[in-house]
Design a protein around this ligand. Sequence first.
Ligand code: ATP
Ligand code: MG
Length: 316
Amino acid sequence: MSESLIELTDVHVNFPARTNWLGKVTERVHALNGLDMVVQRGETLGIVGESGCGKSTLARLLMGMISPSSGQFELARAPYSWLGRGMQMVFQDPLSSLDPRLPIWRTITEPVWIQTHPGEKERRDLAAKLASQVGIRQEYLDRLPHAFSGGQRQRIAIARALSAQPDIIVLDEPTSALDISVQAQILNLLVDLQKQQNLTYILISHNVSVVRHMSDRVAVMYLGQMVEVGEARQVLDSPSHPYTRLLMESIPRIGAPLDGAPHNTELPSNRHLPIGCYFKDRCPFATVACEKPQTLRSLTNGSSSRCWKAESLLDV
Ligand SMILES: Nc1ncnc2c1ncn2[C@@H]1O[C@H](COP(=O)(O)OP(=O)(O)OP(=O)(O)O)[C@@H](O)[C@H]1O
Ligand SMILES: [Mg+2]
């Protein structure tokens, strides 16, 4: 039986975008708009969606850095927080997420130090153990972050996340800032660590190949909602939602000619949300039925899709 660690139901997050001369908010950015999501223990849930669809907002919400404007946010084991005890995060840019003035043995053990204030000897021993788990040599532990390459810095950031013995690690574009050759090494390290420590990953990426390589399940995000959720292979190889299909078609393939007009996958404004289905204005299958708001519906292939036509599109 799978155990859900996180359940989000109809979660909304918005930010003030404009205020009038009295300081009253007159316009809002609607970053998450009725987001539903379940995370099961031990899985990697890949989250894909283009820039601005709300992926990092979701990550910050999960980490407790921001609160939902409305909706339900349930965690299996309270209290989860950015201090550790359950959930940790690895960011896209390892250099800006590591304190440039701290030798890395301090950085790696900072989450534990905040929680339990271990002594220096204990802290150094823990740093050495974590460094060996992520492939950083012990003699480098007194160095500062700038002495390392991008890939090594990301290893340090992963060691830091592991130090608090989290159940869940939120990985927000963990390899996007790295050379392609280093990307694979970091992804393989993450896979090995997951097996050894029964970790649960929420992997956020706009890179479909990275998500395909890593994920058990995939959730596709569009304008602050999940539009399709299911087994990775089902979602990526037989997408049911018109947006997922567009996303898959717009990935350049090796050997395929780069002719024809590029697909328009630009998001509508999240200041004035569309009425009904958010994707209808660029959907090739749109009809009057799409003027109604869409909910996630279960399909016969086990996925869920936020489109009334999804089942019939599976065979097209
Ligand atoms: N603190 C904030 N104040 C106002 N608007 C914000 C804030 N944080 C995010 N937004 C807006 O919310 C929307 C979603 O942003 P978010 O960073 O979550 O997107 P993303 O999917 O992570 O994009 P990317 O792939 O570029 O990282 C964007 O329109 C962004 O401008
Ligand atoms: Mg982001």
